[in-house]
Design a protein around this ligand. Structure first.
Ligand code: ADE
Ligand code: ZN
Length: 326
């Protein structure tokens, strides 16, 4: 279902988006059919009935299971193209998308297949959808750091067109500190760095991501509000936080949309943007997230404009492209 772009939403950049989290139920069935895979669900409704999550892990279990339908380069390209089409309708003009190469490697899909498939769709995006793009290789923090480093070396060796690395998957019990070597290597290779921190995990994971991984942006970071000194630091250093309101509600990182800390974060002067995370799973693309917070908090045009401008300024797009979008 396509919802029209919010007329009051200015052009924005999507900075927190997992491409595998855009795999819609209809496409899961289509790809299963094309690849001769028998799904453990008899119907779309039976699959959709599984989209009730109690925490991050309950979502990750379904997210990784559904990826099984992604087998060929064309599958990855079709998924990516479907997202870009929907993002264009949402008013997204630039996207920095994460992909999880390890999640495909562990089920026998070569790095070349997943990366080439996603990149084929990205390469046509500006012309086809007017969306400039960048790719971030995200590493799974619940798998060994040595494996992540091996995969990064392989990505560098194949000259994969990535601009940066990220850190995602199960957060609690998997602190950033294990990945210091990975991030050092990425920086040496000229890559930008982001990491999920303070989504479900404690606020000191945000500090670790800044002090040990030296990240350029924090993905989520909502738990920073547990530590007033950290909030002051984030404000002072203008650290971008990529906020995903509908994701936080659906994964019960917050009790309800009304209880989401976005208004307090704006009040503190934190550098936040609005993003969709895994839109096929959490009930909404960028426009749906903007609309949800606008309705829940009665944001005015200036506040919506600030959120959109923050997304463009916090992006890794070249200065010329950022200026064009602001
Ligand atoms: N992988 C995909 N979506 C994620 C999220 N919201 N948090 C951590 N890992 C993820
Ligand atoms: Zn995420």
């Amino acid at each position: 279902p396509t919802t029209p772009a919010l007329s009051s939403t200015p052009p924005c950049a999507e900075l927190h988006l997992h491409i595998e989290g855009t795999l819609e139920p209809e496409l899961i069935f289509e790809l299963a059919g094309r690849n001769g895979i028998t799904l453990p669900y008899a119907s779309l409704d039976e699959l959709r009935a599984r989209y009730r999550f109690t925490d991050l892990q309950s979502f990750l279990d379904l997210y990784y299971a559904n990826m099984d339908v992604l087998r060929t380069e064309a599958d990855f390209a079709d998924m990516t193209r479907a997202y870009l089409r929907r993002a264009a309708a949402a008013g997204v003009r630039h996207v920095e998308m994460m992909m999880d190469p390890q999640a495909h490697l562990v089920r026998g899909i070569p790095l070349e297949t997943s990366v080439r498939g996603v990149c084929a769709a990205l390469a046509a995006s500006e012309e086809e959808f007017g969306i400039s793009t960048a790719l971030i290789a995200a590493f799974l923090r619940d798998r060994p750091a040595e494996e992540a480093l091996d995969v990064l070396e392989d990505l560098l060796a194949m000259e994969a067109p990535i601009i940066g690395i990220g850190l995602d998957s199960a957060e609690v019990g998997n602190p950033p500190e294990a990945f210091i070597g990975l991030y050092r290597r990425a920086r040496e290779a000229g890559l930008r760095t982001v990491a999920h921190a303070g989504e479900e995990g404690p606020s000191h994971y945000i500090e670790q991501a800044l002090d040990l991984l030296l990240v350029d942006r924090i993905d989520h970071g909502i738990r920073c509000l547990d530590d007033p000194e950290l909030v002051q630091r984030l404000v002072h250093e203008k650290i971008p936080l990529t906020i995903c309101p509908l994701s936080n509600v659906r994964l019960q990182a917050v009790d309800s949309l009304a209880a989401h800390p976005l208004p307090q974060m704006l009040e503190h002067g934190l550098n936040i943007s609005v993003n969709s995370d895994d839109p096929a799973y959490f009930g909404g693309y960028a426009d749906d997230n903007f609309r949800a917070v606008q309705e829940a908090f009665g944001l005015d045009r200036a506040q919506l404009g600030l959120l959109a401008a923050n997304s463009i300024e916090a992006s890794f797009a070249p200065p010329g492209r950022r200026a064009e979008l602001l």
